[in-house]
Ligand binder design. Structure first.
Ligand SMILES: Nc1ncnc2c1ncn2[C@@H]1O[C@H](COP(=O)(O)OP(=O)(O)OP(=O)(O)O)[C@@H](O)[C@H]1O
Length: 297
């Protein structure tokens, strides 16, 4: 059984807005990164999973339960961090966490206390007075404290400082080791790179790519900056048919995807003074998808 299954789901808000024919699945024990530019449809998809919106076309299920029909059971079971955390402002952080614990029938608050300590959260103050980062911490503790099997996290680390983002990444990695299934929307490429097994990219309401994170990492192009001994070598090298991305005096930059051996072999016939390499970042790869410039290389 799949942890999460979304099949041909459409929610048309009109004027090209919404989500259209969305399908993907998440396995048990898998961390799935859900990425896309602002307004792409991430939150709309997630709200269907929580049963806040009913799919007019298509359907979605969590652990075999229909997200529309069994929303109450699902909401009790899973861990959820909404994109915009609107907690009950008049409550203190602790009152809110106790309320959530009661809603879920939790007896033991040990995990809650452990998480508060990890995130250095003092929950005694009123939510109304808390900073965005503090509210986010309350949201994280509330989502993880009942040790749920499934976690749906909509931009979970927004508002956290870099130190706390690291604490959060460690937590995700630990949960993954425990076999949890996690759907995580994020704008933080580093966080995605460090945690996700598979990545789905949504743009204008359509899924444009679902890819193994390892495959995406391997598809990173490399750019080699080669400094030749003299300009004659540069002119000669230009005839070799490599994809040249920049040139400056005796330096030539070439972009290589797979055929590094060919470059090394070719350069053995040249007078080379220096060679340097830069790797394409995961962010650059995503930007190709976001901007629609990806040609499926
Ligand atoms: N209830 C609604 N009625 C009409 N349009 C809506 C409604 N909810 C969302 N939209 C529109 O649907 C599109 C998708 O919104 P959604 O919130 O799912 O995007 P998102 O990918 O989560 O974006 P962000 O990264 O900015 O949070 C947007 O253009 C949004 O304005």
């Amino acid at each position: 059984m799949k942890a999460i299954e979304i099949s041909h789901m459409t929610c048309d808000y009109g004027h090209g807005k919404g989500i259209f024919d969305i399908s993907f699945t998440i396995d048990e024990g898998e961390v799935f990164g859900f990425l896309g530019p602002n307004g792409a449809g991430k939150t709309t998809t997630i709200r269907h999973l929580l049963g806040f919106i009913f799919a007019k076309e298509g359907n979605c299920s969590i652990l075999g339960m229909d997200c529309g029909k069994q929303a109450a059971t699902i909401q009790k079971k899973l861990g959820y961090i909404p994109g915009e955390i609107n907690l009950w402002e008049e409550m203190s952080g602790m009152q809110f966490l106790k309320f959530m614990a009661k809603f879920r029938g939790m007896k033991d608050m040990g995990r809650c206390e452990e998480l508060m300590e990890r995130f250095e959260l003092d929950p005694s103050g009123r939510i109304k007075k808390m900073s965005k980062g503090m509210k986010q911490k309350v949201g994280i503790v509330a989502a993880f404290m009942h040790d749920p099997q499934i976690l749906i996290l909509d931009e979970p680390s927004s508002g956290l400082d870099p130190l706390m983002q690291n604490v959060f990444v460690d937590l995700i990695q630990e949960e993954k080791m425990k076999g949890k299934s996690i759907l995580m929307s994020s704008h933080m490429f580093e966080e995605v790179e460090r945690t996700c097994d598979r990545i789905g990219i949504i743009k204008d309401g359509h899924i444009v790519c679902v890819e193994d994170a390892q495959t995406l990492r391997q598809s990173k192009k490399r750019r080699y900056q080669i400094r030749f001994a003299n300009i004659n070598e540069v002119v000669r090298f230009q005839q070799e048919g490599f994809y040249i991305t920049a040139m400056h005096k005796h330096m030539v930059e070439v972009e290589i995807h797979k055929n590094l051996a060919k470059l090394i072999q070719t350069l053995s016939h040249y007078e080379v003074e220096d060679i340097d390499v830069t790797h394409q970042s995961l962010e650059e790869i995503f930007m190709q998808y976001y901007g629609g410039e990806h040609h499926g290389e």
